[in-house]
Design a protein around this ligand. Sequence first.
Ligand SMILES: Cc1ncc(COP(=O)(O)O)c(C=O)c1O
Length: 433
Amino acid sequence: MAHLIKSHEDLINPHIRGLGISATLAINARSKELIEQGKTVYRFGLGQSPFPVPDLVVSALKLNAIQKDYLPVRGLQQLREAVADFHRRKDEVDIQPDCVLIGPGSKELVFLLQLVFNGEIIVVSPGWVSYVPQAKILNNELSFIHSTFEAKWQLTPKLFSDFLKKRNHPDKPALMILNYPGNPDGVSLTKESLVEIAALARAHHIFILSDEIYGQLDHKGKHISLARFYPEGTIISSGLSKWCGAGGWRLGTFAFPKNMKWLLDGMAIVASETYTSVSAPIQYAAVQAFKGGIEIEEYLWQARKILAGLGNECVHILRAAGVKVHDPVGGFYLFLDFSNFSQRLHERGIKSSSQLCLQLLDDTGVALLQGSSFYRSEEELTARMAYVDFAGPRALAAARTIPLHEQLPDDFIKTYCHKVIKGVKEIVQWLTK
Ligand SMILES: Cc1ncc(COP(=O)(O)O)c(C=O)c1O
């Protein structure tokens, strides 16, 4: 046998060859190495919520540790009801419980969707790191819509309509993935844009996967779902990972319109032959999270207040130094554009976003994730910063001592998120040295 095989590469499915491990995990691994060597690392690479899981939800998990049975492949009925109700309440869309699918993280659900859907996948750049590797693993036909700093890194109706005019096969079924508030940009789509995007998608029969995993972390609590304007063609993606601080619990949700249930059915078949169902205790606990209530709303309110304050402070420092960056609207990311420093960086031998992030990490301990991981060109000097390296439980406890409707005091961010501010100042010093 050995003589037939040239190398181990030959034994790997060709669609997987050449792909590295997920970029976010790689930067985290490198940061860990530096920490083990005793260096201070500003962990702005991995986008993980700094906040603890709400007490109410933790208690529900403890109570349900005894749940040991396999659950239905599509998810626990009570949870599907709570998720449907959540979207009715929050997004004003009529989702039926039997149109909800529960999965082990929304990442897995995006993958299953890309596997089951037979058509073109349209992705906006910059976009979340995993959409495209997933499409490549599945050998899907991929199209990109490239956004710009001026368009706030998001899809605009103009970019969408220009793309639609140039499509090679306008009749081919297509699924576009939209993410807002966005990773990597922290910007969101306005109501006006959503209305226009919905009209274009409807006219051109484009299905939308609306990745709203950061929806509840809109800094003003005013997230609007595209499903409000295009209910018949939009799947809403959410989960516990971001707004509930429970990324490691691995629970994601997809909510389908009734007329797209055929896609859910296809995904459930694959799920039944692969992971069977999501961990039972986690699903029971998630019911509590999606049911919401005062405790959850108070938690979200505090989280938003802290993230907004910190995001704005970071932008203030970075912008004053000449870094191009947009005001954050939701989530906990900033997409930094270093083009104003390109000449200086070129002189220092830094000509790509990967080189930039590597050199910055080695020189200062600041871990950012290179723009090329978000489908930007290697030469574009952009990078994502996740402003999450602070003690979330401590910041949350401190915020709770301040009356709910009052703003955080001036020194709050400096006191409770000082490491993030220090890291941002390190970036500025490094750029201007
Ligand atoms: C935009 C976006 N979508 C989806 C996910 C996947 O989240 P999970 O699989 O934890 O639900 C993430 C996680 O970072 C994300 O940032």
